[in-house]
Design a binder for this molecule. Sequence first.
Ligand code: F6P
Length: 499
Amino acid sequence: MIVSNRLPVDHVSGEGEDAVWRTSPGGLVAALEPVMRARDGVWIGWPGMADKKVDPFVADGIDLIPVPLSAKEVEEYYEGFSNDTLWPLYHDVISPPSYHREWWDAYQRVNRRFADAALAVAAPNAIVWVHDYQLQLVPKMLRDARPDLIIGFFNHIPFPPYGIYSQLPWRRQIVDGLLGSDVIGFQRVADAGNFARAVRRLYNYETRGNLISVPIDESAEKHGQRHTAVGRRGHPVRTVLARPFPISIDASMFQQLAHDPGIQARAREIREELGNPGTVMLGVDRLDYTKGIRHRMKAFGELLAEGTVTSEDVCLVQVASPSRERVEAYAQLRDEVEITVSRINGDFSQLGHPAIHYLHQGYPREEMVALYLAADVMLVTALRDGMNLVAKEYVASRIDQDGVLVLSEFAGASDELRQALLVNPHDIDGLKGAMLHAIRMPKRDRMRRMRAMRKRVLTHDVQRWSATFLDALVREDHSDPANNLDIPKRVMPAGSYGE
Ligand code: F6P
């Protein structure tokens, strides 16, 4: 069973047979949808609209169990605690987090509702895989009610260093909620380390390597708990495996789309529509302040202002899909981005050659692959990002082995895609240098880098990710499974652009 905040589809309009659904936004759904289509199981989540009661249904071969949220819960649990407290806190406080006790109350209530929905349908010894920061209390709720369940949790976003995490007034409860899991997965080595540190600081539990020892009482041991042992302090403990499992994409699906002659024709058409500039640079993001969209635009604006590039030679296509629009920080970001786009276009566009093509819309996968094929340079300049699957989608789509990826060292993907042009997006000169390097890079160098990145993404796809996580989850002994995600050892920034 998968339990996540959103179902893979959002309700748009209509009822019953006439209901209209569309694919939900974000990396979580993009990654888990192919995993669930290949397996038997149910997916529990919110249908994306307030006050909507929907009966369980099947979409694209996946059994879905909708969990309703009232308008007030959307405001307090989803927009509030999840996206105005935890989201900014877990992303290096790029935007200041808000702490409100009523939001915390709503978070607990809604987590309980998701746990109850899972408990209502979980067979004995079922595997329940809970996802992301919106549902961190669910693992413990499940374990307390049903110790027979096999419980996994995967955190799709970063887990912050303790100095930041410790701001959270409910820091102990969240850690306790997560420790209800048998296995907790993180994107990066650093995230798993930050979590283990929080456990030590807040609970003083023993940690050894990737294993955390959670004290239990004797009766729990008798009630069939898995992974029990005697801890070094002589008390019975339950061990929790907390380690990195970097997520990926359905790479072969992107390759297949890239081979489609219709999509290739669309890519050529896009370049023509853009006026056949020498270089097309592309950004694809949810409109979120973590994505570094303004930093990217600032760097591009300066290159235009200095005359290093012109809007005839180089254009930037920025897809910014609408996201969390009722949260103040997002509304503000939209204004800032749109003012920046207007200024740059006003100052530097030429008739028929706008400098920035700004698209505040979401697109189907086919159009995205056409855009990836049309783009000479892909800009992923996140200030902080759990993984960033767009970077991997671009690489998987480039069946011609061409194209340059400019990638922030603050995105999880930079641990694996070492042949990208790695940048510190706060360093605007460095970012400009990387853009110019990407624009001018000889084809041989482009292809050498792209080939190496493609090898990584094609061999480490989402199927491998989920198989590795589930393998770790069902193991009786918690021995670390053969690390077949083989995360490259060198995970520190390796001479970023501009250094
Ligand atoms: O990957 C982070 C994440 O918050 C997912 O949990 C979520 O599905 C996606 O981004 C999109 O966000 P939202 O569901 O708030 O639109």
